[in-house]
Design a protein around this ligand. Structure first.
Ligand code: NAD
Ligand code: IPM
Ligand code: MN
Length: 353
């Protein structure tokens, strides 16, 4: 029996509802493939912040450094400023564990209606590769002249040659195992320093991958093309902020943000990678037991893949596809009346079938 130590951080809101659902699927598929999971659960959350003054303990990262992977639900709760909760937990993990690739695949499933005309199952299947540790998410900047008419906020972006190159190489290499096509998100017509540098590096790395076709689109036009012609994309690579926005848009094109998975990958494997659905803590529906668990379950499949269990991962993905294609069980965000629990039960019936 192969056993993996997983650090579980359900977090806030629906994070606490979708993580148990995904663990039930992991346990079921694991049992069929001789894989077991030992979960260490951490209560790091906004609730912890409100009672103890910090999202996680001072030695939090040391406590999860030795795990095989981190499985996180979502972080954020009304009443705690988002930049405090996220910079107190999620973002330090991504940065300190050098999870510089955020992989966010999406597909249009059979049986799941896309709001986008022409987004057909079998045709739309692409992955957003998001730079995950630098770019627009930086600590450099400040607030000046508070309370005066001249008040201002300045926020720097950081694009390093090493940081951009490594995520681009990841994207080009990934494309080689797919349809061999990379689209780079840019905005070098309006942003005069960072994005022209990004474009130069794309051209440089693209030349080193002659078997991969690539092009670039300005982020505004790219958003329109995601909606008008989503089938054209294979690998879409973007900076931290562009990748963030594109991944929710891609999820919406595929039917809803509750279905989208994400893997924060440390490719060198000198630190654990972290797996979390794309969506947030959804305070508007939290506590009602109706969150869509597909994003978290697909995320669990990405974790299985990362841990070397490709067959088990494929089985989990197939169970999602089967429930959507063969039943009308859907959570309310997808127009149904199922609960997180009843949808998960339906998934479990299809695992391994
Ligand atoms: P959100 O993803 O939480 O919610 C946006 C909308 O999508 C809401 O209407 C919500 O009900 C719906 N939704 C999201 N996931 C769903 C699911 N699984 N099933 C059904 N409906 C779902 O985004 P937001 O409203 O911008 O953020 C809410 C909080 O979550 C904020 O505090 C934000 O900072 C945080 N957040 C955290 C993460 C993370 O920890 N990875 C990611 C995004 C947002
Ligand atoms: C995501 C989220 C986070 C991000 C927020 C909550 C900081 O939106 O994981 O996509 O922007 O990275
Ligand atoms: Mn996001």
């Amino acid at each position: 029996m192969d056993t993996h130590r997983i650090a579980l951080v359900p977090g806030d809101g629906i994070g606490r509802e979708v993580i148990p659902a995904a663990c039930a699927v992991l346990d079921a598929v694991g049992a069929r493939h001789g894989v077991s999971f030992s979960y260490d659960e951490f209560d790091w959350s906004c609730e912890r912040y409100l009672s103890e003054g910090s999202m996680m303990p001072a030695d939090g990262l040391d406590r999860v450094r030795g795990h095989d992977a981190i499985f996180l639900g979502a972080v954020g709760q009304p009443g705690v400023p988002d930049h405090i909760s996220l910079w107190g937990l999620l973002i330090p993990i991504r940065r300190q564990f050098r999870q510089y690739v955020n992989l966010r695949p999406i597909r249009v499933f059979e049986g799941l209606e896309s709001p986008v005309r022409g987004a057909r199952p079998g045709e739309v299947e692409f992955v957003v590769v998001r730079e995950n540790v630098e770019g627009e998410y930086s600590e450099i900047g400040g607030r000046l002249n508070r309370g005066f008419p001249e008040e201002m906020a300045v926020q720097e972006s950081v694009f390093t040659r090493a940081g951009v190159t490594r995520v681009l190489d990841y994207a080009f290499t990934l494309a080689r195992s797919r349809r061999g096509y990379v689209t780079s998100a840019t905005k070098s017509n309006g942003i005069v320093h960072t994005l022209p540098f990004w474009d130069e590096l794309v051209a440089e790395r693209g030349a080193l991958h002659p078997d991969v076709r690539w092009d670039q689109e300005h982020i505004d036009a790219l958003c329109a093309k995601f909606v008008l012609d989503p089938a054209r994309f294979d690998v879409v690579v973007g900076s931290n902020l562009f990748g963030d926005v594109l991944s929710d848009l891609a999820a919406a094109v595929a039917g809803g943000i509750g279905i989208a998975p994400a893997a924060n990958i440390n490719p060198e494997r000198d630190f654990p990678s972290m797996f979390e659905p794309v969506h947030g803590s959804a305070p508007d529906i939290a506590g009602r037991g109706i969150a869509n668990p597909i994003g978290a379950v697909w995320t669990a499949a990405m974790m299985l893949d990362h841990l070397g269990h490709a067959e088990a991962a494929a089985e989990v993905k197939a169970s999602i596809a089967a429930v959507l294609a063969k039943t009308d069980v859907r959570t309310p965000d997808l127009g149904g009346t199922a609960t997180t629990e009843s949808f998960t039960r339906a998934l479990l019936e299809f695992v391994g079938r």
